[in-house]
Design a binder for this molecule. Structure first.
Ligand code: PNS
Length: 169
């Protein structure tokens, strides 16, 4: 291997995009598409142990994510437990990606990013902005809409639309 190739390999940037993804929305997908263009490898990491009461089991969330990210060869889907930073370190990640929609997201994200930096100063949090069409979109809103019989078309990928329909009937 030439020196240049070795340098290129060691310079490859792995990013972790963590979240609940309960379920993945078109807003998440937009961030994944943007992240996949910038980073060499993007690991979409589903948090297993959340206090929240999820609608979809981790396995279902992973299945949906795998299906909708299939075409991106540098995107993979994984599950993590415990501290995000420990997981990111194990994966050799240099970046954690978080999507920020509105200023209201910022306070919580700042707190989390600062705490994460304290835990692992070598890993940077990179905030990405989803397209403005998705700036009002969240998994919580999508679930509420589906529960109340509203249409979620265009807000989530078709596979999620189907699974939501099956869940809420
Ligand atoms: O999609 P979400 O629910 O906004 O994702 C939040 C998530 C899973 C990224 C966050 O809760 C997290 O990182 N949990 C792992 C536990 C952890 O590392 N906590 C310390 C961060 S301050």
């Amino acid at each position: 291997m030439t020196h240049r190739m070795e340098t290129e390999r060691s310079n490859s940037v792995i990013a972790v995009y963590p979240g609940s993804f309960d379920p993945v929305t078109n807003g998440h997908l937009d961030v994944i598409a943007r992240g996949a263009k910038i980073f060499d490898r993007l690991i979409v990491a589903v948090a297993r142990n959340l206090e929240k009461d999820p609608l979809f089991a981790v396995k279902e969330r992973v299945e949906m994510l795998e299906s909708v990210t299939f075409d991106w060869k540098n995107v993979e889907v994984d599950v993590f437990d415990g501290l995000l930073m420990e997981y990111a370190r194990e994966k050799g990640a240099r970046v954690v990606v978080r999507g920020i929609r509105a200023i209201s997201d910022y306070e919580y994200e700042l707190q989390m990013a600062m705490m994460n930096r304290k835990i692992e100063p070598q890993i940077e949090t990179v905030f990405m902005l989803p397209g403005e069409a998705y700036s009002y979109l969240s998994s919580r809103i999508v679930k509420e809409l589906a529960r109340l019989g509203g249409s979620v078309k265009g807000l989530v990928p078709p596979i999620v639309e189907e699974r939501l329909r099956a869940k809420v009937v």
